[in-house]
Design a protein around this ligand. Sequence first.
Ligand code: GAL
Length: 462
Amino acid sequence: MKKFPKDFTWGCATASYQIEGAWLEGGKGLSIWDAFTHLPGKIKNGDTGDVSCDHYHRFKEDVRLMASQGLKAYRLSIAWSRILPQGRGEVNAEGIRFYSDLIDALLAEGITTWVTLYHWDLPLALQMEIDGWRNPAIADIFADYAAVCFEAFGDRVKNWITLNEPWVVSIFGHGNGVMAPGRVSRSEPYEVAHQLLRAHGKAVAVYRERYQPGQQGRIGITNNCDWREPYSDSNGDKAAAQRALEFFLGWFADPIYLGDYPEVMRQRLGDRLPVFSDEDKAVIKGSSDFFGLNHYSTLYAADVKPGETVETDPYGNGGMSDDQDVNLISDPTWKKTSMGWNVVPWGCRKMLHWINQRYDRPEIIITENGCACDDRLVDGTVEDVDRIEFLRLYLEQCQQAIEEGVQLRGYFAWSFMDNFEWALGYSQRFGLNYVDYASGQRYPKASAKWYSNLIKEQTIQV
Ligand code: GAL
């Protein structure tokens, strides 16, 4: 039996576009994901988030289910275009009311709300009018949107996350184009990342200056990173793994914790990596009250020597591989989830230690971890033993990291319920609760019961 600290935050996470549906309701403006999913060929099976889990209409039922499962915290995201249909300017009162009612419902059940301001659903108007995240003006526009949210919800919301996984926005949204807005480029990922960091910094500055003193909440950012283990003991492979981690997580966390992009990125990218002004640096450095981490998997990293081939699949490579000269390699004995992601629990502990060391013992919150399984609904339930095993093994490593001195303070399972898995549509199920999309009915899986018990007991069996 391994025990977690008493005040550990236990939660589940979701995101607006993945669960809400009601894409044309409640005065909402369109987002880039509304547009992207309606383009033929972009999403598996032609799926869209038009209806999805219909959480917009079923949120009360969902909150009751969360309460019945003993969740202490719930991480949701706000659809920017529900609040500001055009991305800026006029505020949509109905949108404010929806999130306000949702937050009240959570509060009434004693569930702490964690809000992500941006989980990828940029108002379409901003994409069309100013090229979205490519335009430096977006930073102030995002900060203005954030202020509307702090103003409307900050009396009740005390945990804010500015951006979810800016890496994905940069690489998948603007590098290989598999996600909205579907841009394909070798330079835009670095430009967009730069504006995302500036936007994050400005939103945090607004919160700290105008709202934090009165509202007494916390604000941070969520970055994603998978672990990179050196493929061999050679110095080359060790350096490759370190380089891969710096291109993945250091890209976003170094400016926030250390004041600039990693040296290795500046050297290798030259002019393709934008330079922070002194003013930007001052705003971005120190702009996170906690370290939000989404972690799912692990790969080996091997050095690519001059003349050797670099594998260029950015899905596997944590960015643009030839910029890094890293090849990523899987171990065929590793178990895989139905996403094809390797199940490597020890990678999670190593990842936590890497963050702990590089960023000087920050308070870490795992804002997402979980897995997709081939779930089958039988007699109203799903015996998802693989998911339980995944969660148990990853949490065991988390618990060990805590014992070893890592300041891990919370864990959010991805996801509360099955939902729209981006380019893969509804083909992948990540939920602790099963969603029958035809009827909208939710069915707790065995993992939901297991997680609920873990929250109650605060212990895992190893
Ligand atoms: C994360 C993302 C989530 C979810 C998860 C599983 O990158 O933040 O929205 O889709 O991956 O793929």
